[in-house]
Design a protein around this ligand. Structure first.
Ligand code: ADP
Ligand code: ADP
Length: 233
């Protein structure tokens, strides 16, 4: 089943009388359960494309269908609803609330989704267990290592059972060993059937993904199945 379909999407930014074509015409189809890496030089359009796929932004031209819904022309409220339901975001900088426990950070998206306190606690504990951090539930971010913080962020991304996990440079702030541990976790999530898209500029990290899409100047330069998937286990 195709979960992401972009059809000739373009995204223009107008700056005074200069027009920047961040995306020219991008057609990508991603099926449920795929694990894809987006690569490309700085300025090639990776963030712009991820923002559109994550329903943070809409294309200036072309069509984007996410899980059967055409989101190309949705307004901000509809987009926000789609994001909350369909997308789990993982960021380079973790984006955790510093004063809240790991459990409360993970439970946060469930507040907006309207779950009761006891449901939130149970779902957040399950998500923490899934990333191997059930014994760190009451720790605050500054009491956790970088890798543990990213695991908390991944648990938060997963807690709603989103259709897609979008990870923007998920290992950008981690040392190599910790990065590979996080990639092992992504492989585990992939094996469980999660759809994962990550942006990275690190070739060795991209090779954990099962498909690598390279962008250049707002176009897809190549889109290949990765025959040599790295698996550190
Ligand atoms: P990447 O993530 O691959 O570095 P981006 O998608 O951030 O690339 O940027 C693609 C192009 O669009 C770049 O030339 C960038 O300067 C431009 N761009 C991105 N965001 C904006 C914006 N909000 N306003 C104007 N130009 C932008
Ligand atoms: P960058 O790629 O420039 O380091 P981020 O990955 O932190 O930036 O964020 C990318 C975009 O997503 C930003 O415009 C940010 O405001 C937005 N954003 C960050 N967190 C969320 C969230 N939980 N839900 C919706 N949008 C978010």
């Amino acid at each position: 089943k195709v979960i992401i379909q972009t059809e000739n999407i373009g995204r223009r930014y107008v700056m005074g009388h200069e027009v920047i074509e961040a995306l020219k015409s991008v057609t990508i189809s991603i099926r449920q359960g795929e694990y894809v890496a987006f690569m490309g030089p700085s300025g090639s359009g990776k963030s712009t494309l991820m923002n559109i796929i994550g329903a943070l932004d809409t294309p200036s031209s072309g069509r984007y269908v996410l899980n059967g819904k055409d989101v190309s022309n949705m307004g901000e409220d509809e987009l926000a609803e789609i994001r909350n339901k369909e997308i789990g975001f993982v960021f380079q900088t973790f984006n955790l609330l510093p004063r809240s426990s790991a459990l409360d950070n993970v439970a946060l998206p469930l507040i907006y989704a309207g779950y009761s306190k006891s449901e939130r606690t149970e779902m957040a504990m399950n998500a923490l267990r899934g990333v191997g951090l059930e014994n760190r539930a009451s720790h605050k971010p500054n009491e956790l290592s970088g890798g543990q913080r990213q695991r908390v962020a991944i648990a938060r991304a997963l807690v709603n059972n989103p259709s897609i996990i979008l990870a923007d440079e998920p290992t950008g702030n981690l040392d190599s060993k910790t990065s590979y541990d996080i990639m092992d976790l992504f492989e585990e999530l992939h094996k469980k059937g999660n759809t994962i898209i990550m942006v990275t500029h690190e070739e060795d990290i991209a090779h954990y993904a099962h498909r690598i899409v390279r962008l250049r100047d707002g176009l897809v330069e190549s889109d290949k199945i990765n025959e040599n998937v790295t698996n550190a286990r």
